[in-house]
Structure formats: structure tokens, C-alpha cells
Design a protein around this ligand. Sequence first.
Ligand code: SF4
Length: 265
Amino acid sequence: MEIPIPNSLSPSKVSSFTSCPLAFRLRSIDSLQEPRSPQALKGTLVHSALEGLFWSHPAGARSKDAARFELELAWSATVDDDDFKELGLSDESSSEFFFDAWALVQNYYLLEDPDAVHEIGVELGISIELSGTLLRGIIDRLDLDGDGNFVVVDYKTGRTPPQRFVGASLIGVHLYALMCEEILGRQPVEVRLLYLRDPVVLTTRPTAQSLRGHRRRTLAVWNAIERSCATGEFKPHRSPLCKACHFKPLCPEFGGTPPAPPPVT
Ligand code: SF4
């Protein structure tokens, strides 16, 4: 059975299809809603605070007090969020949630000095056409280093991945580097993942060869998605990710049956 082809790809969709084609289909083609986890909500809260720190405070005024102000501003939106309300947290747990987010924001200051950062874009929405495919995403921050080179920065609120998964964790930012090169005409000299929990910075320096590899890989994933849409076959792929998968009740690996896909229009 033919299934509608998604009209764009993003680094997170590439990773979603690679991890489990069935979960990708249910999420990105059937558009089934998934409740956001407490971790995802906390990640959004911390990202919003850091975004506000750079948007609303010039270099020289990005103190921890400024970050705390931005976190409290973002917190007032979080507590009104339906997904947050559905967590049903007690006052005490809600307070723990906030202070854990504050600990992550404070850890950020152990990784870099925001007053020394020369950002040229924050929460930067970008898109390129890659051999007929629209690839789009949002870069947390795009900086200029001391020599005027581009640096892509991504904040992470989860734990640093084990060594064997580090390469996979960098795929998304490599795609952002590829998109920057297409749009701005120059490849970033560095991509940096700021893991706020540990806190640790993972850094990689893209090369023309590595970006060519990521371009090829992305196109290969897109071709695989097209093939799956033509045949209707999106196989489940059992992995440790199944533990937190919202689609488990619909997954044949766990005795479920996926719904009929939406019709091709
Ligand atoms: S439970 Fe596992 S195999 Fe099934 S859809 Fe989710 S991630 Fe894929």
C-alpha cells in the first residue's frame, strides 16, 4: 500500500527513520501525537532561558542573574503548558523541576562565558533543497569565532552519550553545518554540543569530505523513505529506544497493530 511522502526532512527526522522506520511513520507521516516527556519539557524550558539570555541581553550583561530572570520568564509559560499540567506534579515536584532546570542553566556557565560569545543567530530556522528534498531545521546558535569563522552550537540537556554513540549524536549538527555551508557559502569550522548536565562540550570540526559524506547519507535516508512510502513497508526496529516509545501499543514487536496509514492525496 502506497503511503504519502513527507514534504520535508530534518536532522531529527533522519535520526528518527534511522532508529525505527515504523516510529518515524507514525510520528512524521501519520502525525500521531506524542505527549512530551518531563525531560523534553525541561529541555524546552532551558533552551528558552538561554535563548532569552542571548536575545535580550547584550554581551557584557549576560550574568547569572540575567539567566535566572530569563528562566523565570520561561517558567511562567511552562506552568501554563497543557503537557506540563498533564504531568500532575505536586508543588514540591514542580519546584524540583524548576531548580533542576536552574542547575542546568548554571552549568552552562561552566562551559563558556556568554559575554565572550559573538552570536549572529539564535534559534535560527534554516532550510535548503537537497536534490529535490527540502531539508530544514533550527540551529540553537550560530557564532563567529575570533577569526570570523562560523561555529554551530547546540545545547543538550540529557547526559553525554557513551563513547560508542558519540558519532551518532553529532550527525544532527553535521547536517546543520551542511545547511550553513549551502546557505552562507562557507562551512563552519566547528560544531559544538554543550551537554549541560555533566557538563561537557563535544566538539567536532567538519571537513569538505565529512560534509560530502553527510550529504550522501541524508540522500540515502531520503531514498529509503521514498521506497518505504512506495511499498508501504516501515519495519519496526527493536532497540533500547523501545523502552520510552509512545507507539509501543501499536507496534507488532510488542503484539500491537499499526493503524492504517493516511491516504495518498
Ligand atoms: S516500540 Fe520500538 S520497534 Fe516499536 S515503534 Fe517504538 S521504537 Fe519502533
